[in-house]
Design a protein around this ligand. Structure first.
Ligand SMILES: Nc1ncnc2c1ncn2[C@@H]1O[C@H](COP(=O)(O)OP(=O)(O)OP(=O)(O)O)[C@@H](O)[C@H]1O
Length: 655
């Protein structure tokens, strides 16, 4: 079994790794600045390596008729005070400087990567010893150590650059260590372990790819520092001694001749600036490519465009019914909310023209299959979307305040304080580095502007309110020490810290077992009854809707397809999707009864059909269903459905 998994996994992983590498390299080469810097650097390295072949003059060769001369046809970059060709000396001198850089980079990479990965993967005492050792080495003054080494080894440049590599290694080790621990706890790494992959395979396929980007970025910066350090050593008259050239001792020569031949400083100083700058920009390019950005990609987003943006629809007039409804008395009123995400050269809508209301004290269920856009609707309201997302709405009104017209900073005053949020994975929303008590007290102090001891007292009160046993003991625990149910109670307590008037819970019970689910729903009901707060419950579970909600909004393929009070909705659903969804749920079935599934799948964003989006899965589909978009049709006061059958039936009844 393990063998089968192993033999299948390498193929898939190799393909993924190859695709990942191809993506990284193609993103890198699509950055014009990085490419230019790479080419410049390559030309400089080639010129240095091929100096004996390419250079017209030797590094020590003198032209005594041309002393301190400027650039000319014979000497492209002029000559120095002894009539030596500056270009030739730079080419030969580059060999020393670039070799020194190479030595420092190789030593730094070998030590830094090995230590970082060892500390990150082995853990335990190895982690402690390595990281404390790195801290100690970082405290050593690098320049003093270099001078000591040069003194001991008699101006041995190689020894100095190897020492520099050792001095820089702890910084790289820290970066590699951080990247390693970030992936070692990822579920896919645990999954690979369970699938029987060896530590070496996990290292090669999962750890190294995660570490490569950050490590390469830092290595290019180490190379830039090494270049400047080598030049500094040469400038101080240490390392390789004149008359042999290095870029550093050439700057020293240029400085001495500055009053007679100021030009000399330009090429000698310039080459170090060019190399150091190129390496730094290449480092930036590697970082961007690693993070999935490429300035030359089909669509380049500016930082401004990458942040979620919100705007009111150009035509934000509300229809008559909406104008007549006094929306300012509602807790939340959303009209024509659309959320788009960038894809390729354009954008795809993932939430489309969604409208709903939440009345004071009401519990609204938002229900639908996975991928229907429930979470994105909530994220659009709260404006906490992935980079590049765009939100457009006629109106998002919270207690009479138009949220679409608020800046990001102004909206922050409502996040947490007016509107609380709890997620499906409470543990991931808690910081693993701080105790539960600390995080709760921090939320209380942030939202209620109280002092430290008052914050701690209110935090204890909140823990009691959410029925956490032994609040004082729980307060001292770290998130990973909590069970799923306890973590969800802590997340609820934290959401209550801002005394919200609306609590949004995104699948709060999905990850919990049935008995804990019931306890959490019971807790939410009690909290709501006590404080009068409204609740939006995002779920795919009709049992949760039936038990905890007053009204429900059914979503399908980014749209609201039906909305009504829960009781009539469950007893006599109007939309065929609601009916099918209810039939496929466990609500009201008898034991051993088979649950019918809805054939087909939810169409994904970008491939929504023009007419009814449920048509391909609907047992009542008619030609008219696919002809044009279907509007929401009122079914009753406060109930409507997006189905042509409802409209047709109403017409028949009217006749
Ligand atoms: N970061 C993202 N970039 C692009 N598309 C996304 C992103 N996140 C979600 N989507 C897409 O948006 C659509 C709606 O996702 P959403 O998470 O809102 O669905 P959902 O109804 O909440 O489902 P679930 O219950 O599984 O969370 C899905 O098709 C999903 O693939």
């Amino acid at each position: 079994m393990t063998a089968a998994i192993e033999s299948a996994a390498p193929e898939a992983d190799a393909r993924a790794a190859a695709e990942g590498d191809a993506g990284f390299v193609s993103r890198l080469v699509r950055q014009p600045l990085t490419v230019v810097c790479g080419v410049v650097l390559l030309l400089i390295i080639l010129a240095a390596v091929l100096a004996p072949v390419l250079s017209q003059y030797g590094p020590l060769e003198q032209d005594l008729r041309n002393i301190n001369a400027g650039p000319s046809g014979d000497h492209l970059l002029g000559t120095d005070q002894l009539g030596r060709d500056i270009l030739a000396r730079m080419m030969y001198g580059g060999r020393v400087t670039l070799l020194g850089m190479g030595e420092a980079v190789i030593v730094c990479t070998l030590i830094g990567v090995a230590l970082g990965i060892a500390a990150g993967t082995i853990g335990g005492w190895v982690e402690v010893v390595v990281m404390r050792g790195c801290d100690a080495l970082l405290a050593v003054p690098a320049l003093v150590l270099l001078l000591v080494v040069l003194g001991i080894f008699g101006n041995n440049e190689a020894a100095a650059m190897v020492t520099l590599g050792v001095i820089m290694a702890p910084t790289l080790a820290r970066v590699v260590y951080s990247a390693t621990i970030a992936v070692r706890e990822e579920p896919y790494v645990a999954g690979a372990r369970v699938a029987g992959l060896t530590s070496a395979q996990i290292m090669r396929r999962h750890i190294l790819p995660a570490v490569t980007g950050p490590a390469l970025t830092l290595i290019s910066i180490v190379a830039a520092i090494a270049c400047m350090a080598e030049a500094g050593i040469g400038y101080l008259g240490l390392g390789v001694l004149p008359p042999d050239p290095t870029w550093g001792n050439m700057i020293s020569d240029a400085q001495q001749a500055m009053t007679i031949n100021p030009w000399m400083l330009v090429p000698t100083g310039g080459i170090i600036v060019v190399v150091a700058l190129s390496l730094t920009l290449i480092g930036n390019g590697i970082r961007d490519a690693y993070m999935g950005r490429s300035s030359g990609s089909v669509k380049a987003y500016s930082w401004r465009a990458l942040a979620p943006t919100v705007s009111q629809e150009p035509d934000s007039r509300l229809d008559d019914v909406e104008v007549r409804t006094d929306r300012r008395n509602l807790v939340l009123s959303v009209r024509r909310l659309t959320v788009t995400m960038p894809r390729g050269t354009g954008e795809v809508p993932i939430v489309d023209d969604v409208s709903f209301d939440v009345h004071p004290g009401e519990a609204l269920g938002m229900v639908g299959e996975s991928g229907c856009g429930k979470s994105m609707t909530i994220s659009g309201v709260l404006r906490v979307l992935p980079l590049g997302a765009r939100v457009q709405a006629a109106s998002i009104m919270f207690k009479g305040v138009e949220l679409t017209s608020l800046s990001e900073h102004e909206l922050n005053a409502y996040r947490g304080r007016g509107i609380g949020f709890i997620s499906q994975e409470p543990i991931s929303s808690l910081n693993p580095a701080f105790t539960v008590g600390h995080q709760l007290a921090e939320a209380v102090r942030l939202h209620q502007r109280v002092g430290k001891s008052e914050g701690r007292r209110i935090a204890q009160e909140l823990m009691t309110r959410v029925r956490l046993p032994d609040p004082e003991v729980v307060a001292k625990k770290y998130p990973h020490e909590l069970s799923g149910g306890m973590a969800q109670r802590v997340a609820i307590a934290r959401a209550l810290a801002g005394e919200p008037e609306l609590l949004i819970a995104d699948e709060p019970t999905t990850a919990l077992d049935v008995s804990v689910q019931a306890e959490i729903l019971d807790l939410l009901r009690e909290l709501r009854e006590r404080s009068g707060m409204a609740l939006i419950l995002v779920t795919h579970d009709w049992g949760v809707v039936a038990e905890a909600c007053d009204r429900a909004v059914v979503m399908y393929a980014g749209q609201v397809v039906e909305t009504a009070d829960v009781r009539p909705l469950i007893q006599s659903p109007e939309h065929p999707y609601t009916r099918a969804l209810l039939r496929s749920s466990a609500v009201g079935i008898t034991p051993r009864q088979n649950l019918p599934v809805i054939a087909g799948a939810v169409p994904s964003p970008g491939s929504w059909p023009g007419g009814c989006r449920f048509a391909s899965r609907c047992e009542f589909v008619q030609p008219a269903c696919t002809a044009a978009p279907i509007p929401m049709v009122p079914v009753d006061v406060d109930a409507s459905a997006r189905c042509i059958l409802v409209a047709l039936r109403d017409q028949v009844v009217a006749k």
